[in-house]
Design a protein around this ligand. Sequence first.
Ligand code: NAD
Ligand code: MG
Length: 294
Amino acid sequence: MTDMRDPRTLHPKIDPPKQTQPHPGLDAELEPKGDLGLDTYQGNGRLKGRKALITGGDSGIGAAVAIAYAREGADVAIAYLPEEEPDAEKIIQAIEDAGQKALALPGDLQELAQCEAIVEKTVEAFGGLDILVNNASRQIWHDGIGNIPDDDFDATMKSNIYSSYRVTKAALPHLKPGSSIIFTSSIQAYEPSPHLLDYAMTKAAMNNLSKGLAQQLAPEGIRVNAVAPGPVWTPLQPSHGQPQDKIEGFGQHAPLGRAGQPAELAGAYVFLASDEASYVMGETLGVTGGSPTP
Ligand code: NAD
Ligand code: MG
């Protein structure tokens, strides 16, 4: 008897109704709800005793990673925007239910001071930092380059590129041999959608930064990698991340025929953070439902 499961049906093929939320969006308001692995993720002590900081750990992929890390034995700090408190409270509870320390870090990562503060507070609360997951991002769609207001462009660059770069820089003095940094790229880094020009370029930057930094930090025993998700059902999408016609049937264009769920990303982040990935550096691991990530 095998417990092997068919990936086409392991998670439901969702058909979300048209919906919109103010940015940054809440998992609590998502229809249908995303699967964060709360009922399913089983840990095996693969991150026992480690201390992790996950930006955007309140919802979607970051929340699924936070739950998985805690169940693998790590203390987990999550950074998020103050408007996301209801989502964050659920994830803090899930980390504590796993028997680990949790730390809530609300604030805007467009600010340098906040990028530095989340690292300092994590180190203070947990007594160190071993795993950094740069996952926070802003995705606002626009119909043509001429329609991207300059302040909007700036906010996307700051939320995605600046924050990942600054949080990493602040974290570095605390990391040790065996530590792991993981950036969050996207299928958009390879196949940019014309309505996501600014967002897509920030995701390409994550691949580039990860590959360069991996070479810089390998001699210190610190591994740097990235994950490139395909279409995953999270609050990023209906909070002005996609036009309404792309919400209906979201993700069904992937070769697997359905959108991914946040829970399906957790394993990639656990692997890259764990000692099993000791020789994996400068890699971008695609989790796309079959779309190529060359
Ligand atoms: P999400 O909305 O659940 O998570 C993104 C998080 O980013 C938010 O929860 C928010 O806390 C945080 N954030 C954004 N701007 C911020 C700021 N200025 N300050 C502090 N926090 C800020 O959506 P998600 O889809 O889980 O996104 C997680 C990552 O996955 C992102 O990097 C995104 O680019 C990437 N990604 C998502 C998809 C997808 O289809 N959902 C596909 C490819 C890549
Ligand atoms: Mg959120």
